[in-house]
Ligand binder design. Structure first.
Ligand SMILES: [Zn+2]
Length: 436
């Protein structure tokens, strides 16, 4: 990284902020300005091309040695080393690696450190053998962030870049929730938060980005139904919680179809049913677990309360009891409108086709950053034409192609430059305010 003394102010001040560029980059910049559109993004895109082969090798290395949430010590060290410094530890196994001036406003890019507890089912020589798997593309995101960070380190940029290596995206407690409001992250003076996630429902060469909610709020529910157990041959002297649970599951479905505005998206899924352990025994209790996904705060509150009331009243009809308890998960992932508009311009400049925003009832703990910073999640296409049967996110055979590393790195740089254009005062998205 260029030292402060070596920084050269190419553009004078930009309403109080300086471009920071090393001397070699100045020369390159002048050549680049003469030869091309002359934007910071063009220079960064040129520089990142040199970094991608190393990043692809790093992706293979990370993919072969995945670590589960809370245990990402080796992954964090390796990625920080690839970025050129160890960074600031945060949220236990996380790291914040700052590139550029040590103080003042910054833009952060998040990449997730953790893998999933899945046994990988891919044919590549660098497949994981340890029972964990990067089946959500986090290896690609991490490798791409090293390429993007190294490009910013070499070329410079309008604002410092904070590479946020986040633990525990796939498990609780959420790493993002721990980081938001932490003294380590607060000290970075982050003015915008960016993330890019590979997505098989978006075609290669395309990036889905748009304003407003793109992922749902998420809550988990546990419903315990209690009856009176006994011999399967004498049901009349029991109060069978299995029968009650079956009716509870069906009764809950009307909460979405009949009690929720059809113009609002919401999903209630019961994912587990734990009843007895023997075919000839009526158990004492049944435990159901499920997930509730909503976009409207009012729906979130009313559905939580309706789940409890419906389960209780239904169980009561079978002379059983039901108690529902919720664990609150991520809020809605709400993309900042100005960031989305600026990113669409920069992504186009980076050679992507920007498509209609992919919105789903999925969830991502990146949503916690949206409660603290203007934030933007981009979905980078890894889908193949006609590939609807190919394994998707969280499938043990999910394996984005190697070109995804370069694609995500370029999308991250587009997001970074877009965020700088929004954060720096006196500039407007889409106006190419970062021209030298
Ligand atoms: Zn995931």
């Amino acid at each position: 990284m260029a030292t402060p003394a070596a920084l050269t102010n190419l553009g004078g001040t930009n309403n109080g902020y300086c471009f920071w560029l090393g001397q070699a980059a100045v020369t390159a910049a002048r050549r680049s300005v003469a030869a091309s559109a002359g934007t910071v993004l063009a220079m960064l895109l040129e520089a990142v091309g040199q970094e991608v082969p190393t990043a692809v090798a790093l992706r293979r290395e990370l993919h072969a040695s995945p670590e589960l949430g809370g245990y990402e010590i080796g992954t964090a060290s390796r990625v920080a080393a690839a970025l050129g410094e160890s960074g600031v530890p945060s949220a236990t196994t996380g790291r914040l690696v700052r590139i550029g001036a040590a103080s003042g406003p910054s833009v952060a890019i998040r990449a997730e450190l953790d893998a999933l507890p899945l046994t990988e089912q891919t044919p590549v020589a660098w497949a994981s053998q340890n029972g964990a798997s990067h089946s959500c593309g986090h290896d690609v995101h991490l490798a791409a962030l090293t390429a993007a960070g190294r490009a910013v380190r070499g070329v410079g940029g309008p604002l410092p870049l904070v590479a946020l290596l986040q633990p525990r995206e796939e498990s609780q407690p959420s790493g993002a929730q721990d980081l938001v409001g932490s003294p380590q992250l607060e000290a970075q003076d982050v003015r915008a938060m960016i993330a890019a996630h590979v997505h098989p429902h978006v075609a290669c060469g395309q990036v889905s980005v748009g304003p407003g909610p793109v992922n749902a709020a998420y809550d988990e529910v546990t419903i315990t139904i209690r009856g009176r157990g006994g011999h399967a041959a004498y049901p009349h002297v029991t109060r069978d919680p299995v029968i009650a649970a079956a009716h509870v599951i069906l009764a809950l479905q009307h909460l979405i179809s009949r009690r929720t505005d059809p113009m609002h998206s919401a999903v209630l899924t019961i994912g587990t049913v734990q009843a007895g352990a023997a075919a000839n025994v009526i158990p004492e209790q049944v435990v159901l677990t499920g997930s509730l996904r909503t976009f409207e705060p009012a729906d979130r509150a009313s559905l939580r309360s309706a789940v409890g009331a419906t389960a209780g009243a239904t169980a009561e009809a079978y002379e059983c009891t039901a108690q529902a308890t919720f664990t609150q998960g991520e809020p809605v992932l709400d993309n900042d409108a100005a960031l989305a508009a600026a990113a669409a311009v920069c992504l186009t400049q980076a050679g992507f086709r920007v498509v209609e925003s992919l919105r789903s009832c999925g969830s991502d703990d990146f949503a916690y950053y949206c409660t603290r910073y203007p934030s933007l999640m981009m979905f980078v296409g890894v889908g193949q034409p006609g590939g609807t049967d190919t394994p998707g996110l969280h499938h043990p055979a999910f394996l984005p192609r190697e070109e995804a590393v370069g694609d995500v790195a370029r999308a991250m740089l587009a997001g970074y430059v877009a965020a700088c254009s929004v954060v720096l005062p006196g500039t407007r998205p889409g106006e190419d305010p970062l021209r030298f």
